[in-house]
Design a protein around this ligand. Structure first.
Ligand SMILES: C[S@@+](CC[C@H](N)C(=O)[O-])C[C@H]1O[C@@H](n2cnc3c(N)ncnc32)[C@H](O)[C@@H]1O
Length: 520
């Protein structure tokens, strides 16, 4: 198979991670809110196409022990590593197959959730067709498909630079040399682009910087693979429709720079006659380069936005924290809430502030809808000294918070600790990954970069050691020269102060707790 015989991934494996948006829980809750009836997570069958080394699938399988997982990838080396990971961790509800996804016949049965992340754009057009065909044929009647893919117009520029680099390295097969030449060539073009400060020289400089900073495995596969076939969103929806699949919604969170003014929305709504067109115009505005779209079988009824009634079946977790957690929500004036990534929100609405404080108090846990509205009603009544707000008002508040992306919706009550237990335990997945890599999956299925000190401490958290025993193990590692006594565990930089093992363990456990690695 041209350019994708699995060999390039055998040679330089893809350093895959876990992707929270692909977790069946998120696919289920997202489609539930769109009015669908997604299959229950207990007993669900989940398929991942192009699962690489299982770094996404094994943590999912561990988190949903009553579901069954199947991973398929063309690269035997990556599949071997995936099996080894599942074996060492002792995850028994996942099976891996080194095979071409085109061989997924009815003997594999049907699947309730099918995930194809980072695959569709990097295969030739006939395999793209097969992905949609397999998804349509292997999907259970109420099942949900997740496909991520590169999109135009954002990829037009990248395709141009990619063509230029590929031309330069067309006769080179050694991966290290391909990388060296591609980077050197872009720097050469950027340096000789004249006159400076034209759009062209700015673009070249930007590209040279990007290829210099990109990780080797990422650049080699994402930009320099022989196949890279982006598509317009609207075209993707048409292609899926030809296989009997319909677009459900996008699985993504907006960022601060994506917030559009009401006037812009008004004009967009004049251009767009349906939600697919609306999404396509959004890609034009944002120069969209990547999408994570959900699909289901054609014929199922899909709501245009989150259905308020469905929230009653959800758990709610805040996505923002009060800048001052001790602030009194009913005090007059504005209060600032901060989201991950730095986006902040100012509000003087006392009820919204109360809601966000109530949810922040239990974070990283979530509250089910009934508990969230109950606690909210109590908090509002207590602080106003008045009546509890009617249920309809509380429901509307939660719905507004979902629409504004201030809270996330869930179906699982995660076993995540809110304080450090006497014998702390991390998940076996995290302990396995921490022993091999600095990218480790937390209990929210997020891949997080972890410092050497935290990797070392996480490796010790099997639930049998007290905090004092963890401190002794850290002291021994420092004495043996295996760990540096600094806040990161890296050798000290000039003037950096070293710390005692007790202080280091305290620091590390606090960080691991805050990053949601510690089991309740
Ligand atoms: C870019 S990697 C993405 C890996 C992972 N899903 C991620 O996003 O991190 C694409 C993966 O798809 C696999 N692949 C490509 N063509 C395939 C095919 N026809 N059947 C099965 N796997 C395939 C490759 O071996 C590779 O591991």
């Amino acid at each position: 198979m041209k350019g994708f015989a699995g060999t390039t991934y055998d040679e330089v494996p893809y350093m895959a991670a876990s992707f929270p948006n692909t977790h069946p829980e998120i696919l289920a809750v997202t489609s539930l809110l769109r009015g669908l009836e997604p299959p229950p997570l207990d007993g669900a069958r989940v398929l991942e196409l192009g699962c690489a080394r299982g770094e996404n699938l094994v943590p999912m399988a561990w988190s949903l022990p009553k579901a069954e997982f199947v991973g398929v990838d063309l690269s035997p080396r990556q599949i071997e590593e995936a099996r080894a990971m599942a074996d060492v961790i002792g995850v028994g509800n996942v099976a891996f197959h080194a095979m071409d996804l085109r061989g997924l016949d009815e003997s594999f049965g049907s699947f309730d959730y099918i995930v194809a992340h980072g695959l569709y754009s990097w295969v030739p057009p006939d395999v793209q067709e097969s992905i949609l065909d397999v998804c349509a044929r292997r999907l259970s009647p109420k099942g949900i498909v997740y496909i991520s893919y590169n999109t135009f117009p954002g990829w037009h520029l990248s395709v141009m630079f990619r063509d230029m680099m590929l031309y330069r390295i067309r006769k080179i097969s050694d991966p290290a040399e391909r990388l060296r030449e591609a980077r050197g060539f872009m720097r050469f073009l950027a340096d000789c682009a004249k006159p400076e400060e034209t759009l062209w020289s700015l673009l070249l400089r930007d590209q040279a910087e990007y290829v210099e900073k990109a990780k080797d495995w990422y650049l080699l596969h994402d930009d320099l693979e022989e196949e890279n076939n982006p598509v317009y969103f609207s075209e993707m929806v048409d292609r899926a429709a030809q296989h009997g699949l319909q677009y459900v919604t996008e699985e993504r969170w907006g960022t601060a720079d994506e917030i559009l003014s009401p006037q812009t929305w008004e004009v967009l709504d004049r251009f767009a006659t349906n939600r697919v067109e609306r999404e396509q115009y959004l890609d034009f505005i944002r120069s969209g380069r990547f999408r994570r779209s959900l699909f289901c079988h054609a014929g199922l009824r899909i709501a245009p936005g989150p259905v308020p009634d469905r929230l009653a079946q959800c758990r709610i977790r805040t996505r923002v924290r009060p800048k001052d957690p001790k602030a009194v929500p009913l005090a007059p004036g504005e209060e600032v809430f901060v989201a991950e990534g730095g986006m902040s929100l100012k509000t003087s609405d006392p009820r919204l502030r109360t809601l966000l404080h109530v949810l922040y108090d239990v974070w990283p846990k979530s509250l089910d809808h009934a508990a969230a509205t109950h606690v909210l009603a109590e908090a509002v009544a207590r602080s106003t000294g008045g009546e509890k707000p009617p249920q309809a008002v509380l429901d509307r508040m939660l719905h507004q918070a979902v629409l504004a992306q201030l809270v996330s919706t869930h179906l699982l009550d995660l076993p995540v600790a809110t304080e450090i237990p006497s014998k702390p335990a991390g998940s076996p997945v995290a302990r396995y990954q921490a022993s091999r890599s600095d990218v480790v999956t937390n209990l929210f299925h997020q891949s997080v970069d972890v410092e050497p000190l935290d990797r070392f401490v996480l490796g010790l958290l099997d639930g049998t050691r007290t905090v004092a025993e963890v401190e002794s193990a850290v002291a021994e590692a420092i004495a043996a020269g295996d760990l540096a006594p600094t806040a990161s565990g890296h050798p000290p930089t000039e003037n950096e102060e070293t710390k005692t093992p007790d202080a280091l363990v305290d620091l590390s456990l606090t960080r691991l707790l805050a990053s949601c690695y510690i089991l309740a």
